[in-house]
Design a binder for this molecule. Structure first.
Ligand code: ADP
Ligand code: ZN
Length: 731
């Protein structure tokens, strides 16, 4: 623990609270004093709020009115490196410190004392009279020799009421004890032997571990084709961190992937790691938070917010599928977990491993520039080879209206089915149809609150807005003109594709994998495992299936609409399409049978489609990098988005215009402002959205200029201003 600067009782200290105040507040240190970083409860007006001791008091407040810290919480103090991380992350994302602290204290019951619970275990005594129920209780306890259970667990195990257990306590046959509610995670045994690695993997592990042993910060881009064993390799980096007595964090882009990863951790280290994501219960979250702080959890697998957990000695952060767009938080604090991982690691002398088959252009460019190390895995594990990739030129195919599987793709699927292999049809659209059109009046059904069309989800029997989540039953009559029975779905979604596949391949077992078709992460995981074992002949999937799942029997991937991502003006459209198509195609032929990927396209001559097919990845990145360099956009220039929103469209535009006029702080650093313009989605949840885009040369102090630029803004009424540094999606 860093004991530097202990504050004695009564000393003036600055406390950062979770309240939106944008500054620290002065208090007096409590009886017994406190350490910098201590979690405290302080009075604020009539309330008690959570805070962290940030340093010596500012002394700019009437001393007579300064109040005393109520109490110091019984958790490990926030380490200085974590305080530094939060400060830098706040500066980078232009986020108030209070919001950063809220991210770092997302564990319920933090201010409660470490709670105890009653547990029951076998005692020495004998009951006066033995009943059947009593015998069952004692039998259950004997069976699990020595273990203790809660009253509820024990009663359930024995199939008795809790009064039976309590009766046995009276005779001392069962003993009641207090035990801490938050228990340490089982130790992970890095000494167990892992899989025998290939030469290429062994060399990758050697290089990675060598960088770890320096004990200094650094980032490695681990680039390897899908199925080359990147996970096996970074598990050895985890082993090395554990060997060095340090903790490790593995970030995954999708909860659905944690199941498979947990199994692999169990196999490698003999126990399960801690988990941190939206599917984890509140009590478990508290346990993870506390145990990490005291060093009783060695490895966390989780979602991006795990970066804000209070690790005691974080030595390694792995960002798997580092190019994945879900690493960018698009709500609340707008941060990119990949960048924050690098920042966090720099603060605590940890290593970062960015793993991907198709890295983001940012990471690729950092490796090119020598800022990141680069390790490459070039071949798939075992006999698996990369799939043969070809385009199907849709201009030559004869398709009936309302169908999307071309005759060529259909034949290819039939061939696989005949051989007893699996085929996948990929479409990156949830629901039945993206548009519902009235054939009487031509209107498309739109969301009442957003600038978005409602998407038909036939499985749920509802229309759904993919922006705000609002749903309504599918109407009989057109909401605009009232005509009955004239509403028609337009375009394909995954459910409609499944319907077409069922008609085309009546004999085949078809599994549809879309996040909204499964009730829970657990159900999805079970579904994916069954399919991997062969429970389906045809897999119909959205983006979800592109992310890292292993389907050993899968040998054909058919992409329904390879052109989908190429439309639109998004800076990253080409990069995204390239990554997604390569990822999806990478699902095929992961085991011994060679795979094939067929891309349906109306423009197979498009440079991106050609790059995908040729597999000349370096060539693609170089061309893409050249284009961006010429345009002065990321990663060769800097960008920031300002989103203004509010109920009154005129007022929102007025504010946008005022900002654009007063751009002096930006001009000073050579930055330009574009807009205000309606954001691509001009209305969400009834709020109008207007966007300004700032483009700056690389290497200037963009955040500082932005802060000076927006400082004078006074937001009236319901207006909001959000700053998005390095925007990823332009919505
Ligand atoms: P990636 O993360 O690069 O997609 P994985 O680590 O998931 O690759 O490896 C793909 C498959 O090959 C997995 O089923 C994995 O267990 C297996 N595999 C990779 N390397 C080895 C190895 N050295 N020994 C045994 N199995 C391996
Ligand atoms: Zn909506």
């Amino acid at each position: 623990m860093d004991t530097a600067g202990f504050f004695d009782e009564g000393a003036l200290i600055a406390v950062l609270t979770t309240q939106p105040l944008d500054r620290t507040l002065d208090y007096k240190a409590p009886e017994g004093g406190c350490f910098p970083g201590a979690y405290v409860e302080v009075p604020l007006g009539p309330r008690k709020v959570l805070g962290v001791v940030w340093g010596p008091g500012r002394g700019d407040f009437d001393l007579a009115k300064i109040r005393t810290v109520i109490r110091v919480l019984d958790v490990a103090p926030m380490r200085s490196e974590m305080r530094e991380f939060l400060t830098r992350a706040a500066d980078y994302t232009l986020t108030p410190m209070s919001a950063m602290l809220r991210l770092a204290t997302r564990a319920p019951g933090l201010s409660d004392p470490p709670s105890m619970r009653k547990v029951f275990r076998l005692g020495q005594g004998e009951p006066e009279r033995m009943t059947d129920a009593r015998r069952r209780v004692l039998g259950a306890l004997e069976e699990y020799g020595g273990l203790a259970f809660t009253l509820k667990e024990l009663a359930e195990m024995a199939g008795v009421t809790s009064s039976v257990v309590k009766g046995l306590v009276k005779y001392g046959a069962v003993v009641e004890e207090d035990s801490p509610r938050d228990t340490p995670f089982p130790p992970l045994d890095w000494q167990r032997s892992g899989k025998a690695l290939t030469d290429e993997q062994t060399e990758a592990v050697r290089q990675l571990q060598a960088t770890q042993q320096s004990g200094k910060y650094g980032t490695t881009l681990l680039k390897g084709v899908t199925g080359s064993g990147k996970t096996e390799v970074y598990l050895e980096a985890v082993a090395e961190a554990l060997r060095m007595g340090r903790q490790a964090l593995v970030l995954l882009p999708e909860i659905a992937l944690t199941g498979e990863f947990l199994t692999r951790v169990q196999a490698r280290f003999g126990a399960q790691p801690a988990e941190w994501h939206s599917g984890v219960t509140l009590t478990e979250r508290r346990r993870v938070w506390r145990m990490l702080g005291q060093g009783d959890a060695q490895l966390v697998v989780g979602a991006r917010s795990a970066l804000f957990l209070p690790f005691r000695d974080l030595g390694l952060i792995v960002v798997d599928e580092e190019h994945d767009t879900s690493y960018k938080q698009e709500d609340g604090v707008l941060y990119n977990a990949r960048d924050m991982a690098v920042l966090r690691a720099a603060m605590c002398s940890a290593r970062v491993v960015l793993a991907s088959a198709t890295p983001s252009l940012e990471s690729w460019a950092n490796a090119e520039a020598g800022k990141y190390d680069r390790i490459e895995l070039t071949s798939r594990f075992g006999p698996a080879v990369l799939p043969d990739m070809r385009a199907i030129d849709m201009r030559d195919e004869k398709l009936k209206a309302g169908t999307w599987v071309s005759p060529t793709l259909r034949k290819a699927v039939e061939l696989r089915l005949a051989k007893g292999e699996q085929a996948m049809l990929f479409i990156n659209r949830r629901g039945y149809a993206p548009v519902t059109l009235c054939r009487a009046c031509g209107q498309q059904i739109a969301c009442d609150h957003c600038d978005a069309r409602l998407v038909e989800h036939r499985f749920l029997k509802r229309l759904m807005c993919h922006q705000c989540g609002e749903t309504k039953p599918i109407p009989e009559a057109c909401p605009s003109c009232g005509a009955e029975g004239r509403l028609a779905p337009v375009g394909p979604g995954i459910e409609r594709l499944a319907e077409e596949a069922t008609a085309l391949f009546p004999e085949a077992r078809i599994a549809t994998l879309s996040s909204d078709l499964f009730g829970s992460a657990r159900a999805l995981k079970a579904g994916i495992e069954d399919i991997a074992k062969g429970a389906a002949d045809i897999i119909i999937g959205t983006q979800l299936v592109a992310k890292g799942h292993n389907f050993p029997l899968l040998t054909l991937v058919g992409v329904i609409d390879a052109d989908l991502g190429l439309q639109g003006s998004d800076l990253r459209a080409a990069e995204r399409t390239f990554q997604l198509m390569r990822q999806v195609a990478g699902r095929a032929g992961r085991a011994s049978k060679p795979g094939e990927a067929l891309l349906q396209s109306f423009q197979p001559e498009h440079s991106v489609i050609r790059a995908i097919l040729s597999g000349d990845e370096e060539g693609f990145w170089r061309a893409e990098a050249e284009g961006r360099r010429a345009a002065g956009v990321p990663p060769y220039g800097r960008m920031a988005g300002i989103i203004l929103s509010g109920g009154d469209v005129g007022a929102v535009f007025d504010l946008g215009n005022a900002l654009a006029r007063n751009d002096f702080p930006l001009r000073q650093i050579g930055a330009q402002v574009f807009g205000p313009a309606p954001a691509p989605i001009a209305r969400i949840r009834g709020r109008h959205r207007v966007r300004l885009l700032v483009k700056a040369p690389k290497g200037v102090a963009l955040q500082e200029a932005l802060a000076r630029w927006i400082k004078p803004v006074r937001l009236k009424g319901d207006m909001r201003l959000a700053v998005d540094i390095d925007p990823q999606s332009f919505y």
